[in-house]
Design a protein around this ligand. Structure first.
Ligand code: FES
Length: 465
């Protein structure tokens, strides 16, 4: 007998004004309660203002993103929902104060009941299988705050009748006992160990999560089990490489990493130079700032592509890279199929040189920094024109020299003079001009899109003549 957990998610309908899908819309939530969950860690209960109810259901394991407007920028941070997914309850998130963490410190120190916050709708693929069978084995491996989405899944499983619950093994590592999040709640989930067995590792006591030990606890079920890993990037890397070596299919390994936008930013120096984004849907050419992500550039120019976590985890911001190269464009938010199809995660990717992108949508907002962006746009267009002009001039000079010296391929050395007027000759000389016309129309598009006077393309015919 299988129990199907089906939870509706928001449809991807685009808002007529913002151009974003409903799942990217932010909603206003009120803080109902703030309760301690561990040392430096609190749990917030969030609901639609005045209702005590959440905006909707979610899949246990999904997360929301909170937006905090700052003086110069808006800070976005994602937090796993840690309830059991039911809509008649407030949403719950657990926040651990991080050293030097701007947002987590603010939440920990300043957020109180009654305050309102802006939150996205739930997103994420780190969720339970769509069907759960009683004999199925689920292995959860969590480190630190990585317990939060797993706690949500455990609570959802506990909702099922006992005879329908899968067999669950939980391995949870934390620094010391005071850092154990939900320690009381975890102990109360299944004191008789009828469906849940737990191993806790206190790293300051020398306890370590080891692959061999993990496998030994699962026994013969290891290859058929579904494995869920949530914690640091190193834990994810370690298990994603070690488990398949023991015969566990990659498709059975589900992982999520806790990362902040700054920690996922491209570190490669080649992405620290200005780049260019050509938007094939509109023909616009945007110049990016050094180290800026594709999403940040698009937003600066007034585009509003979808996003959620802004840290490479959810895949909401994926755009299709048609040409060129990006740094850091891939992560847990992309499936292997999406990656093979050319998608990149715009919230973490930075262009290397010039790239062509599809799917960014249309410009729906004013420039965030008008003068600067217009300068960037003009500079991008000017440089492009200059490059085209140089290419055309070079071709023109070459063509003229070719005509004066009357060179022919060796197999035409004895051809009659009439051959020089064959249809191919005018075509050779006219190619650059034709190219310039095409480029010219391409160049005018960004001007009209950005409300600039049409500047026309470089007169490359002049260079040819
Ligand atoms: S917004 Fe989540 S992966 Fe980019």
């Amino acid at each position: 007998m299988k129990e199907v957990l089906t939870v509706a998610t928001a449809p991807a309908v685009r808002h007529p004004d913002t151009g974003r899908s409903a799942r990217t819309q932010f909603v206003t939530l009120q803080v109902l309660a703030v309760t301690p969950a561990a040392r430096d860690t609190i749990t917030l209960a969030l609901a639609l203002p005045g209702t005590g109810r959440s905006p909707g259901t979610y899949l246990p394991g999904q997360f929301i993103t909170l937006a905090f407007p700052g003086s110069n920028t808006t800070y976005y941070r994602s937090y796993s929902l840690c309830g059991d997914g039911q809509s008649d309850q407030p949403w719950e998130i657990t926040v651990k104060r991080q050293n030097a963490g701007i947002v987590s410190s603010y939440i920990y120190s300043h957020v109180r009941p009654g305050m309102v916050l802006q939150a996205s709708m739930p997103q994420g693929r780190f969720t339970l299988p769509s069907t759960l069978a009683p004999r199925q084995v689920l292995v959860f491996v969590a480190a630190g705050s990585g317990i939060t989405p797993i706690f949500s899944m455990l609570r959802a499983i506990r909702r099922l009748p006992l005879k329908r619950r899968p067999r669950v093994l939980l391995h949870y590592a934390y620094h010391n006992a005071a850092d154990a999040i939900y320690s009381v709640e975890l102990a109360g989930l299944d004191p008789e160990r009828r469906w849940l067995t737990q191993w806790h590792y206190v790293t300051t006591n020398g306890h370590r999560l080891g692959v061999e030990h993990l496998l030994a606890t699962v026994g013969e079920s290891a290859k058929a089990a579904e494995w869920y890993v949530c914690g640091t990037a190193s834990l994810k890397r370690c298990l994603e490489s070690a488990l398949p070596r023991h015969g566990i299919p990659a498709a059975h390994i589900h992982s999520e990493v806790f990362a902040s936008p700054t920690s996922t930013r491209a570190a490669d120096p080649s992405a620290q130079a200005p780049g260019y984004i050509r938007l094939v849907d509109s023909g616009a050419m945007l110049e990016t700032r050094p180290g800026e992500t594709l999403l940040e550039s698009l937003e600066r120019y007034g585009y509003r592509p979808d996003f959620n976590c802004r840290s490479g985890a959810c895949g909401t911001c994926r755009l299709r890279l048609l040409s060129g190269r990006v740094q850091n464009g891939y992560g847990a938010g992309l499936t292997p199929e999406e990656r093979a199809a050319g998608y990149v995660l715009s919230c973490v990717a930075s262009p290397v040189g010039e790239i062509a992108l599809a799917g960014a949508g249309r410009r729906v907002a004013a420039y965030s920094d008008t003068s600067d962006n217009r300068v960037s746009l003009r500079r991008a267009n000017s440089r492009r024109k200059l490059r085209l002009g140089l290419v055309a001039a070079t071709l023109g000079l070459f063509a003229t020299a070719w005509g004066f010296t009357n060179h022919f391929p060796a197999n035409q050395a004895n051809a009659s003079p009439a051959d020089t007027t064959s249809p191919s000759s005018p075509g050779f000389f006219s190619t650059p001009a034709g190219g310039s016309n095409n480029s010219s129309s391409g160049q005018s598009s960004p001007g009209s899109i950005f409300g600039q006077p049409s500047q026309g393309g470089p007169n490359t015919s002049t260079g040819v003549s």
